[in-house]
Design a protein around this ligand. Structure first.
Ligand code: HOZ
Length: 428
């Protein structure tokens, strides 16, 4: 595999960008080697600066459910850009996107568009605090909700990948307002809520965890959270930045039949552009300025090009066949990875929900952050590098999801499984 251009770019990047990357998990630090610099992408493939082509399972970390450069999305985006790229004033497009979200997610009665998942979570929690008059928030170990102060503790994604302690720079007073419980542990949630009775504004959860690798909710976990939060008059916030429009047309809340008070969306919603949203019950969302007193604003919020990409993506997802196809392709990959690990005698536990999956290198089961961390991350690094050599681009971290897109083909999946057989046979 040629690497000269990527290596040269990485050297230049490191002089002017911390770690040479604009988001830490991209740096390949946990898997060894240098990041690939991507030149272009189409369908299920990405091509790096040296011209190497890969079957891509990163999918920009989730947004590219239709694959890269989907013709309908690109056409809509180009037409939108030609009409102007930002107005700082309302548009019909924003109304249409808000209506689309509300139609797909009955628990979302009103929604506000913002620019990133981090911003959406931060804003949702401010609203939850304003609405309840309480300050504490309960999050789950290994879940990641963006990099806002107070949410980095015991976080997944890059924080888990790099093995960072709670981030310096977060005032102790902020961190003290975050409570924790292990994922899938309702008893622990009850204990925390009881110990902090009348003080918890919200319980925030990834309804399918994607940032400690994929960890599905245990049967009854989400409905149990629904009951406990009601009992304690705390708001239940689903962070569906990854799962929204991926695990079902109406997200995890539809797949598992549990209605949260608030929902956070991103990734697929923006169709590959910086766009996210928070929404929920009308009485809660009416706290947001200019209707209510909770302030939140943004120059590029509801950006017409990003909103157009989101609308065009959701339009393609209207076809229920897309979800059936994603399910079938992903099940094929899941089975193939299981077979490959078994053939190589490598202990592995493959977790999958719809088109998001993770192969953990541990006997499993992986049900929470503690069991995810039992994975052999050194082995993951060797596997990752051996797959890359075979033209398969996985997340450069054990603690992330692999995403299958509607552009992947059965041939892509079969090629990936053959590569996994070879890779595990070679590096063990
Ligand atoms: N939050 C993403 C991983 N779950 C990282 C995004 C990126 O590095 O691009």
């Amino acid at each position: 595999m040629r690497r000269e251009q990527s290596d040269r770019l990485y050297e230049r990047a490191r002089r002017v960008i911390p770690g040479g990357v604009n988001s830490p998990v991209r740096a390949f630090k946990a898997v060894g080697g240098c990041p690939l610099f991507i030149r272009d992408a189409r369908g299920s493939r990405v091509v790096d600066a040296d011209g190497n082509e890969f079957v891509d399972y990163v999918g920009s970390w989730g947004p590219m459910i239709l694959g890269h450069a989907h013709p309908a999305v690109i056409e809509a985006v180009c037409a939108a850009a030609a009409r102007g790229t930002s107005y700082g004033a309302p548009t019909e497009l924003e109304v249409r996107l808000a209506e689309e979200i509300v139609a797909r997610m009955p628990a979302v009665e009103m929604v506000r568009l913002v620019n990133s998942g981090t911003e959406a979570v931060m804003s949702a929690l401010r609203v939850a605090r304003g609405f309840t008059g309480r300050e504490k928030v309960l999050k789950f170990e290994g879940c990641y909700h963006g990099h806002a102060d107070g949410l980095l503790s015991r976080a997944g994604s890059g924080v888990a990948t790099l093995g960072l302690p709670d981030s310096p720079g977060v005032p102790a007073g902020f961190a003290a307002l975050t409570l924790h419980a292990p994922y899938n542990d309702l008893t622990a949630v009850r204990d925390v809520l009881e110990a902090n009775a009348g003080e918890v504004a919200a319980v925030i959860v990834e309804p399918v965890a994607g940032n400690m690798g994929v960890v599905p909710p245990a049967p009854g976990f989400l409905s149990g959270l629904r009951e406990l939060t009601r009992e304690h008059s705390a708001l239940l916030v689903f962070d569906e930045v990854i799962t929204g429009f991926r695990v079902a047309p109406g997200g995890a809340q539809q797949r598992y039949g549990v209605q949260p008070d608030m929902t956070v969306l991103g990734k697929i919603l923006g169709g590959g552009f910086p766009l996210a949203a928070y929404g929920g019950r009308r009485d809660v969302m009416e706290q947001v300025a200019p209707v209510g007193p909770v302030y939140q604003a943004g120059t590029l919020s509801g950006n017409p090009v990003a909103v157009t990409a989101g609308l065009a993506t959701l339009e393609q997802l209207r076809d229920a066949g897309v979800y059936a196809r994603l399910e079938a392709l992903s099940a094929r990959l899941e089975e193939g990875l299981r077979r490959a690990a078994a053939a190589a005698g490598v202990p592995a536990s493959v977790n999958r929900v719809g088109s998001m999956l993770t192969a953990f290198f541990t006997e499993g089961p992986v049900t929470d952050y503690a069991s995810a961390k039992r994975s052999d991350t050194e082995r993951y690094g060797r596997f990752f590098r051996a797959m890359l050599e075979r033209g398969i681009y996985l997340a450069p971290s054990q603690f992330e999801a692999a995403f299958v897109s509607a552009a992947h083909t059965e041939a892509d999946i079969d090629r990936t499984v053959v590569a996994a057989e070879e890779a595990l046979g070679e590096v063990g």
